[in-house]
Design a protein around this ligand. Structure first.
Ligand SMILES: Nc1ncnc2c1ncn2[C@@H]1O[C@H](COP(=O)(O)OP(=O)(O)OP(=O)(O)O)[C@@H](O)[C@H]1O
Ligand SMILES: [Mg+2]
Length: 328
């Protein structure tokens, strides 16, 4: 692995640059002095238009050519590392770990059971329940009779980006929605204040957790978030990281329900950077920088992951690029 003057890997392939996590990881890496290869399977992905990246359209993860395409891309451009922001490709990438290492390309992925626990929302609910961590009651379509009475959520078992997350009021409505949503789960709808924990877990299992409230959420992305310190939430988030076995960059999401017997309910963990992670960076946490240290086998400096509370980050929609003619 070649490195910048700071000892960081130099050229990094970021996958999933069509959505906020990949786009912002690519930007942050460039700010840290890395060269970025921006990749996405959609030729219209926003991050392919970022200035100063090498843009590549990749084979979709569900297509048979995915693995060969990834190896070809790495053989051609020789990135020092791959940073994935696409959960569904993590098992496939994990299987390529050795072949990529031969090409000089490193990765920092959690073990397969941890990947499975975070990409399958039914499995995630099982793991949390087994560890006594409060999670929304979750059932598969053929267990609808066991769904709670009251507000429900129907969503894809293996979704990302809040796609096809639909709210409803009754089991009868949920049954209809299960016909419309691919491979769905049905979940108790939780109310309260939503939070995300941006996490970095080092190779010894020590975790830094940066908490933020999601004040405005649009299309699954926290457009406005504000950092907060809360020892009880931090403890619960760390319990989730231990229960799932996550390492590296990841995020945990949940709700705060003041006055309820379970104040904290955990809805999700993702084995990747969260879309709103720039709020953690703005509050002082060197999340991407320390991730790069861990990726290269160096120690993670948890002192550099401390953060200030009440730092509010507001995102907006903007015009990124105007191009003419046929672009890939
Ligand atoms: N059980 C629930 N109760 C209340 N709201 C929910 C529930 N499940 C999901 N949501 C809402 O839908 C959003 C997306 O849900 P979830 O995180 O499960 O899906 P995702 O596709 O994995 O999204 P992401 O890419 O943000 O991880 C949540 O941030 C939350 O606002
Ligand atoms: Mg998710």
């Amino acid at each position: 692995m070649t490195a910048t003057a700071t000892g960081r890997p130099r050229r990094i392939l970021v996958t999933g640059v069509g959505a906020a996590p990949g786009l912002d990881v690519a930007r942050r890496l460039m700010a840290l002095g890395c060269e970025v290869i921006a990749a996405d399977c959609d030729p219209n992905a926003i991050g392919l238009r970022l200035p100063d990246v090498t843009a590549r359209v990749t084979v979709p993860v569900r297509e048979p050519g995915y693995a060969a395409g990834m190896l070809r891309l790495c053989a051609e451009l020789r990135p020092d590392a791959v940073v994935s922001t696409v959960e569904q490709e993590l098992p496939g990438l994990s299987a390529l770990e050795r072949d990529l290492a031969v090409l000089g390309t490193g990765m920092w992925l959690p073990p397969l059971p941890a990947i499975e626990a975070c990409t399958d929302k039914a499995r995630f609910a099982e793991v949390l329940t087994a560890h006594g961590i409060p999670a929304p009651r979750t059932v598969l379509p053929d267990q609808l009779g066991r769904a709670p009475d009251g507000p429900l959520v129907v969503k894809p078992r293996r979704g990302q980006g809040a796609k096809d997350v639909i709210y409803c009021a009754t089991r009868v409505q949920a049954a209809v929605l299960c016909e419309l949503v691919h491979d769905p789960i049905v979940q108790e709808r939780v109310s309260g204040r939503e939070f995300t924990a941006d996490c970095l877990v080092d190779r010894d299992g020590r975790a830094s957790v940066i908490l933020r409230l999601r004040l405005v959420v649009k299309g699954g992305l926290a457009m406005v978030s504000s950092t907060v310190c809360d020892a009880e939430v931090e403890r619960q988030v760390k319990a989730v990281l231990t229960a799932t076995g996550l390492v590296g960059a990841c995020c945990v999401q949940g709700f705060l329900r003041e006055g309820s017997p379970h104040r904290i309910v955990i809805t999700e963990a993702n084995a990747r950077f969260a879309g709103g992670f720039p709020a953690a960076e703005a509050a002082g946490a060197d999340l991407v920088g320390q991730y790069l240290s861990g990726l290269t086998g160096h120690s993670v400096d948890h002192d550099r992951l401390r953060y200030k509370p009440d730092v509010r980050l507001t995102k907006s929609y903007e015009t990124l690029a105007v191009t003419e003619g046929i672009t890939p």
